[in-house]
Design a binder for this molecule. Structure first.
Ligand SMILES: [Zn+2]
Length: 246
């Protein structure tokens, strides 16, 4: 577990490689993609925090699994999810669409639709000391989400949307896949010094049991082959190659 003091965003590792993000102030918290409820309840209660909202990026069980139990503890919590996923994200009570703006923890949070991993998927973006993006399973450090339900074109277009955000955006993804992604990327670009340096940095963090995420968009533009793919054909080749590699 780690606490990013700059952003007031705290990561809890659960299951094999999921990270639940808790964004908080002194009184309230917003939780992103709670795979499980117990560790979230423990953290919020021990810090005397009220749960204001649950953000759901997509319907997978390792993102919504804890929501039902959290609602039992905080019956007035807002459960914010895509209105296209009312069936598969059943507890949502605030349904949103691309471009919607929400007021959470005194910040304006924008909904950005990023389809590809699933047939719909949303991200949440807001401006703090630096811009913050909760991206779910669309982008990982040195990698991107598997295309389970969408098309290569949808995922490629979603990554293009992310690239248009400010370069100092801090990106909070939902899985700790960084090291294996870097090993794959290095296999493609063995001379890429940025990838080599990042791998050293990540191995140090892992040895210290620290999270390797969030990550900076600016840095990612140097090491993430999916973000750097110049066209859909290259992107599709890389995604298929990565699927076969792991
Ligand atoms: Zn997923």
């Amino acid at each position: 577990m780690e606490f990013n003091k700059e952003q007031n965003i705290f990561g809890i590792r659960v299951l094999s490689d999921n990270v639940i993000w808790i964004w908080r102030n002194n009184k309230s918290a917003v939780v992103v993609d709670p795979a499980l409820a117990k560790p979230v309840i423990k953290y919020l209660k021990s810090n005397n925090l009220d749960l204001d909202a649950i953000l759901q990026t997509h319907h997978h069980s390792d993102h919504i699994g804890g929501t039902k139990e959290l609602i039992k503890e905080w019956p007035n919590v807002k459960v914010i999810a895509s209105k296209k996923e009312k069936d598969r994200i059943p507890f949502q009570n605030l349904s949103v669409s691309n471009g919607d703006k929400l007021r959470l923890l005194n910040k304006e949070v924008e909904v950005i639709e990023v389809i590809g991993h699933t047939r719909t998927h949303i991200a949440f973006y807001f401006m703090d000391k630096v811009p913050v993006l909760f991206i779910g399973d669309t982008l990982f450090s040195a990698g991107c989400g598997r295309i389970f339900e969408g098309t290569y074109k949808q995922m490629y277009d979603s990554l293009k949307k992310i690239k248009l955000l400010p370069q100092n955006t801090l990106i909070y993804c939902a899985h700790e896949y960084t090291k294996s992604n870097l090993l794959w990327a290095l296999n493609h670009e063995p001379e890429n010094q940025n990838i080599k340096n990042k791998l050293i940095e990540v191995e140090k963090k892992i040895a210290l049991k620290e999270l390797t995420i969030p990550f900076l968009l600016e840095e990612e533009m140097k090491i993430n082959l999916f973000l750097r793919a110049d066209n859909l054909k290259i992107f599709s080749y890389l995604r298929a190659n990565k699927d076969a590699w792991v």
